[in-house]
Design a protein around this ligand. Structure first.
Ligand SMILES: Cc1cc2nc3c(=O)[nH]c(=O)nc-3n(C[C@H](O)[C@H](O)[C@H](O)COP(=O)(O)OP(=O)(O)OC[C@H]3O[C@@H](n4cnc5c(N)ncnc54)[C@H](O)[C@@H]3O)c2cc1C
Length: 590
């Protein structure tokens, strides 16, 4: 058996990943369900090993070069650094793209939670190159879920094996968050095909030579349809038309007219595309040939299939970059000698590594809690994908689906905000060196800065969460959440709440003043499984046991804070964060 060990990776902490996957989410028990019956934990570990190896050997080596020499246009062709194509070929050849798909479409039918965990290694090693794979997998999944059988054969299957790559073409210059305002038109040709005219802005992976073909999934409006978002349809627009036998035919009328130059994530080429400008004339006429997916005017709901998947993957990308930054900051803090202990300021003593300074430890602990919290939340969401597919009862499957819908905007936004903060702290731990381009942490920050913006900004996720998800189906998602938590994690026994756990939790709380509460959500859930896990871990290492204690002790932090607030309200003298004290004063009647 290949055992997952902590290792010295600067991508993802393997020990924490194993903890989340097996001890908390019990991913190994998924093999008791018929869909995953052929698998085992050994197999899951092998997939993680393989992904880590590809990430280190193929994705990481060109991460810096792709940032320094961003893709550029030469005679209408996009050129980029060597290494991108090889890395992606290795990923597709290993079968990782189709890992969670059915055997019928060439997949391995692995649990989604394992497939997602393996993808995190690639994102941590080189998020820009991983972006091409992510878009392609999401586009293929959308077609497999909503496309006609011939669309699946012709476009989706070649994407699953990396022969074709995919994009999502939603945004236009005048329509970013507000997709109801898109102006791209699709004119029916009477033979079941459409011709598209318009332009798309910000399209990642819109033009390159990395694959034989690029399959664009394009939102457009069929004239005469309803106004706004209800009139949006979805089309497959291949860069090169695909013949019945799968071979490539005429060049379609879709061209790149410019590239956007970005702050980070530079290795993923970002394009402005023109559809139907007449640059090419397939079938002797201008207009990009497109094929309708599903029903007319329902395009946005199909696109949400891709967007929801992409949103969780964006969260995963943010967590992975947070993790890469944290592990590098940790290594640097152990190696960088600077200053002496405050208790012993003898200048003739040797300098201590900066990890010995409490403020540096505070910054490391904050990063660790953001990253581990984010991974917990994301893998929990990934497990819900498996649950909605494979739980026994229909009601249980529906609950898992609702809960996933509710959590998706959080899974996108929370890691994007706090793991970006983790990257900022990683720079801070490096001091001036962190601000220099010689050290990778500044690139991680720039790469991660994209995540609160694309796939729906923070503001749009908030609107989605409160305006749609919380209230959908008579607000059943929130009660599904309660049911799921109760069934899955019965309360830990009071005996489990040790003094040591309380002390540990408060130490973490103190390490990130005013912020620790945001870092808690995933571990908050972990606590309920504490007793069982503790037994499972008997004989395990001390750090590991403490993590469970800390996770379980989260309510103590909250209870303590609530108690402190109450005491202060009664006039007692307690230490509160300035913000909490301010809130309290404002709330107190005059
Ligand atoms: C690097 C990169 C890659 C991208 N890749 C793709 C891609 O592959 N395919 C694709 O289709 N698009 C892509 N995008 C586009 C991306 O999804 C949009 O940038 C994003 O949706 C925001 O749209 P916008 O830039 O037009 O900003 P705007 O919509 O103009 O928003 C500007 C600000 O106003 C706020 N705002 C807007 N509307 C509201 C509202 N109703 N209520 C409250 N606040 C609001 C936003 O939150 C934001 O802070 C990419 C963008 C970038 C930067």
């Amino acid at each position: 058996m290949t055992t997952v060990t902590a290792g010295s990776s600067t991508l993802i902490d393997r020990r924490n990943l194993a903890f989340l996957l097996y001890e908390w989410l019990e991913a190994d028990r998924l093999t008791e369900r018929s869909r995953y019956a052929g698998h085992s934990r050994e197999m899951f570990d092998d997939v993680l090993e393989l992904a880590e190896r590809i990430a280190k050997d193929r994705f990481a080596p060109h991460n810096r070069a792709a940032d320094e020499q961003e893709p550029h246009l030469r005679d209408g062709r996009v050129e980029m650094v060597d290494g991108v194509a090889d890395a992606l070929a290795a990923f597709f050849e290993a079968g990782l793209a189709a890992a969670s798909m059915d055997d019928a479409v060439g997949g391995m039918a692995l649990p989604y939670v394992v497939s997602m965990a393996s993808f995190a290694f690639l994102q941590a090693a080189n998020s820009a190159t991983a972006g091409y794979a992510m878009l392609t997998i999401a586009a293929a999944n959308l077609l497999i879920a909503n496309g006609l059988p011939e669309q699946i054969d012709r476009f989706a299957l070649p994407m699953m094996n990396g022969r074709f790559f995919g994009t999502m073409c939603l945004s236009e210059t005048q329509a970013g968050s507000s997709l109801g305002d898109i102006a791209t038109r699709a004119i029916g040709q009477g033979d079941g095909t459409y011709r598209l005219f318009g332009s798309k802005m910000w399209i990642s992976g819109g033009e390159h030579e990395l694959a034989e073909n690029i399959i664009h999934l394009v939102l457009a409006k069929i004239p005469g349809g309803p106004v706004g978002a209800k009139g949006i349809s979805l089309f497959v627009v291949p860069r090169v038309l695909v013949e019945d036998d799968g071979s490539l035919g005429e060049r379609n009328d879709v061209v790149v007219v410019g590239l956007n130059h970005k702050m980070g994530s530079r290795g993923t080429v970002n394009t402005v595309l023109a559809f139907g400008d007449g640059e090419f004339t397939p079938g002797g006429q201008a207009g990009a040939v497109g094929y309708l997916v599903g029903q007319p005017h329902c395009g946005l709901s199909y696109m949400f299939h891709m967007m929801n998947e992409a949103r969780v993957e964006v969260g995963l990308g943010a967590a992975s970059l947070g993790s890469a930054g944290y592990l590098k900051a940790l290594r640097y803090a152990r190696e960088r000698p600077q200053g002496r202990r405050r208790a012993d300021m003898d200048p003739s003593d040797r300098q201590v590594p900066i990890i010995e300074h409490p403020d540096v430890r505070r910054m490391l602990l904050a990063q660790k809690s953001y990253v581990e919290g984010a991974f917990g939340l994301l893998l929990y969401c990934a497990k819900l994908v498996d649950d909605q597919l494979t739980l026994d009862g229909e009601a249980e499957r529906a609950d898992a689906h609702l809960l996933l819908e509710l959590l998706t905007p959080i899974a996108k936004s929370w890691p994007s905000q706090w793991c970006l903060e983790a990257n900022s702290l990683a720079i801070q731990v490096h001091g001036g060196y962190g601000y220099a381009r010689e050290y990778e942490v500044e690139q991680h920050y720039r790469d991660n800065r994209l995540n609160p913006i694309h796939e729906g900004t923070h503001g749009i996720q908030a609107l989605d969460l409160l305006g749609r998800k919380v209230t959908m189906h008579e607000a059943r998602a929130a009660s599904a959440r309660r049911r799921h938590r109760r069934d899955r994690w019965p309360r830990a026994s009071p005996r489990g709440r040790t003094r040591r756990a309380r002390t540990g939790a408060c130490r973490v709380a103190g390490a990130t003043p005013g912020r620790h509460r945001q870092a808690v959500p995933a571990s908050d859930r972990v606590r309920r499984g504490g007793t069982r896990q503790r037994e499972h871990l008997s004989g395990g290492c001390r750090t590991h046991r403490r993590r469970l204690d800390l996770a379980r002790a989260a309510p103590y932090c909250r209870a303590t804070r609530r108690g402190l607030l109450r005491r202060q309200a009664r006039g007692g003298t307690v230490l509160l964060s300035p913000r909490a004290a301010q809130d309290r004063t404002a709330a107190r009647p005059a």
